[in-house]
Design a protein around this ligand. Structure first.
Ligand code: ADP
Ligand code: MG
Length: 236
């Protein structure tokens, strides 16, 4: 397949295919944390993240959630519908962890019922600030209808993924989603869903199975990623 370089991000490289509405995402082993200030590599992370993302996008499609995923074309490459990414990171939280604990003085592990949906402005220079619906409108990032769609879809995704992870003994603590528009304006779920973008805790031991192991130098980073892949793999 002919591929032209489009863009290199922190975790993936995007290539344009011959078809104008399709891109290939190549998943790298590069890892970043704390707003890009911590950098490193996690061996075979790209393979795990491509596989886990592919499996989860397929499952979500099976539940009627429209995503950009078309097919996996190699161990590290996924074929996606090309999107104009909406610069709003949609975070869903089932359990308190990470930035929200500091921000609101919450205890790590506190359950959120119902789950909490937050928006962050996807802007590295501004350090991805937390924003409200009004800011999304003010900045022209999305329309009112799109905002409602993002919230609704994020909660649907949460519902499906909680069940998927629960079946394999993992608590889905929180995760980040990105959405984007196709040429005709249809909003699809985009980007990736993997141990880089989710907090995943083993249900029995509480063991952290996600990028926090890298962020906080907890060790066993590679094996935790492999563990998630194996457990998700069981689902076929
Ligand atoms: N289907 C898609 N079409 C176009 N861009 C996409 C698609 N899915 C994800 N992206 C974008 O690809 C870029 C590269 O991904 P990544 O390396 O994770 O970037 P970042 O450094 O912004 O996290 C990101 O800007 C992401 O929003
Ligand atoms: Mg990214």
């Amino acid at each position: 397949m002919k591929k032209d370089f489009l863009y290199e991000g922190k975790a993936k490289i995007l290539y344009q295919t011959e078809q104008p509405d399709r891109v290939v995402a190549y998943f790298k082993d590069d890892a970043t944390g704390f707003d890009g200030t911590k950098r490193g590599k996690i061996v075979d992370k790209g393979v795990v993240n491509a596989s886990v993302s592919a499996a989860l996008f397929k499952t979500l499609e099976g539940h009627g959630i429209a995503t950009h995923f078309i097919e996996r074309i190699s161990d590290r490459e996924l074929l996606f519908e090309k999107l104009d990414i909406i610069l709003v990171e949609v975070i869903v939280r089932n359990v308190a962890a990470g930035s929200i604990c500091k921000r609101l003085g919450l205890e790590r592990g506190q359950k959120f019922e119902p789950p909490l949906v937050e928006f962050f402005y996807k802007n590295d220079e501004l350090h991805d600030p937390l924003i409200r619906d009004d800011h999304v409108l003010l900045l022209g990032l999305a329309t009112k209808n799109e905002i409602e769609h993002l919230k609704k879809q994020a909660l649907k995704v949460n519902h499906v993924l909680c069940e998927v992870f629960d079946k394999v003994g993992i608590t889905l603590v929180d995760f980040k989603l990105e959405f984007g528009r196709t040429k005709d304006g249809t909003v699809l779920l985009g980007d990736e869903i993997c141990p880089d973008t989710c907090r995943l805790w083993d249900k029995e031991s509480g063991k952290v199975l996600d990028k926090d192991r890298f962020r906080f130098d907890m060790g066993e980073v590679e094996s935790a990623y492999q563990e998630v892949l194996q457990r998700i793999g069981v689902l076929g």
